[in-house]
Design a protein around this ligand. Structure first.
Ligand code: SF4
Length: 387
């Protein structure tokens, strides 16, 4: 598997620029109907939409010259009006455990991170939905980076396309595909960018293209109540909730959005989520913070809270980052916590931290360039200290 990854490409498109593309229209990230409409607008036959869709999302082609069932004249015509984007790789880091973190540069110079977590011959891609985040969850490194903007649907799908390029994972939907799951757990709150996330996920799930099942996609939210129900009805992907506390007083501190949408409202929204069943359980994410939320009473409260909801609890050993205000619970506390949950009949996997050595683990994402700038401001000369 590792052989197949084009490691030489990890920084290979660093120097490319999208400058000349600014006047053209990006076809990536357009819904099927938008693609048809843009062809009609440019007086091109709308039946070409299916061909283009197939080339873009089934074959991973980003150059019109490679579209062999389209005449040379039309290829030239298309490339004069349109382009098919990819984010640019600014840098990449490979963890000892095989996890790869890419820092991607967007057209406007902003940066996001995308993390590939391999598991034998398969793997999960953790993608971002915003540049930065508004929600300032106290245990999350991304939350210390202010929100700059929402990602476009092209930038969200683009992360998947780029990683499939890097993994040599085209054509999509093959039996041996590497990228088999996607989690929206990177930078940002996906439900604060709902429309673009929705368009991107519809593209990713489309059977004529990347064709990843809704069962293989997990959207993680800190609890944006009005959008949770919509997401269940529109997309039906798996739902994960960043819970981290069992009472409002503590959750108000750890996940400040709780002051707007409290635990009671959150539970009601989860209960009504369209796909929840014994076969499709909700995942509760619970970061283990030493002396904060990790005692036996918290575990019992958690079990009581989720009673009656088909659930799985992901216990996440806290991944520390520079100047983090918390420490990770010790193994004994985590195991005792897990035992209470399992005794109540819930699956309670303790998540093995992945990519910790390259700051790619859960809650650690933050653009490296931002860290560098911060270090510069503080006038220290040792970025290594942070890594
Ligand atoms: S945990 Fe998620 S929602 Fe909270 S600050 Fe971090 S990225 Fe934002």
């Amino acid at each position: 598997m590792e052989d197949k990854i084009k490691y030489s490409n990890l920084v290979s498109n660093k120097d490319k620029t999208n400058k000349d593309k600014n006047l053209k229209v990006d076809l990536l990230g357009l819904s099927k109907s938008e693609l048809v409409n843009i062809l009609i607008k440019h007086r091109l036959p709308k039946f070409r939409a299916n061909q283009l869709w197939n080339w873009i999302y089934r074959s991973g082609v980003s150059n019109f010259n490679q579209m062999s069932n389209i005449s040379k004249d039309l290829q030239r015509n298309l490339s004069e009006i349109f382009f098919i984007s990819r984010p640019l790789i600014a840098s990449s880091q490979i963890s000892d455990d095989g996890t790869i973190k890419w820092l991607l540069k967007l057209n406007d110079g902003n940066e996001i991170e995308t993390v590939w977590i391999p598991d034998n011959k398969r793997g999960t891609l953790c993608i971002s939905s915003q540049v930065g985040c508004t929600l300032t969850c106290k245990f999350c490194h991304t939350g210390t980076q202010r929100l700059v903007r929402n990602l476009t649907s092209a930038e969200i799908v683009g992360q998947v396309m780029l990683v499939m390029d890097e993994l040599n994972d085209w054509p999509s939907a093959s039996e041996n595909r590497y990228l088999t799951s996607i989690v929206l757990m990177g930078m940002g709150e996906p439900l604060y960018n709902y429309e673009n996330v929705k368009t991107a996920l519809e593209i990713i799930m489309d059977h004529a293209g990347i064709s990843l099942s809704r069962r293989r996609i997990t959207l993680s939210t800190s609890g944006i109540i009005p959008e949770i129900e919509k997401c269940g009805k529109d997309l039906g992907v798996n739902l994960a909730i960043s819970l981290h506390a069992t009472d409002d007083k503590l959750r108000d501190q750890l996940v400040p959005i709780n002051k707007k949408y409290n635990i009671k409202q959150l539970l009601e929204a989860v209960r009504s989520y369209a796909t929840i069943s014994n076969a499709r359980r909700v995942t509760w994410e619970y970061v283990m913070l030493k002396g904060v939320n990790d005692n036996i009473k918290d575990a019992k409260n958690l079990v009581n809270l989720i009673k009656g909801i088909p659930s799985k609890i992901n216990l996440i050993p806290f991944n520390e980052w520079p100047c983090a205000p918390y420490k990770c619970s010790n193994s004994l506390e985590i195991n005792n916590f897990a035992k209470i949950i399992m005794k109540a009949g819930y699956a309670s996997p303790i998540r093995t931290p992945r990519g910790r050595d390259v700051m790619a683990a859960c809650g650690q994402l933050k653009s490296l360039s931002k860290i560098i700038k911060k270090v510069d401001r503080k006038n220290t000369n040792s970025i290594e200290k942070l890594n």
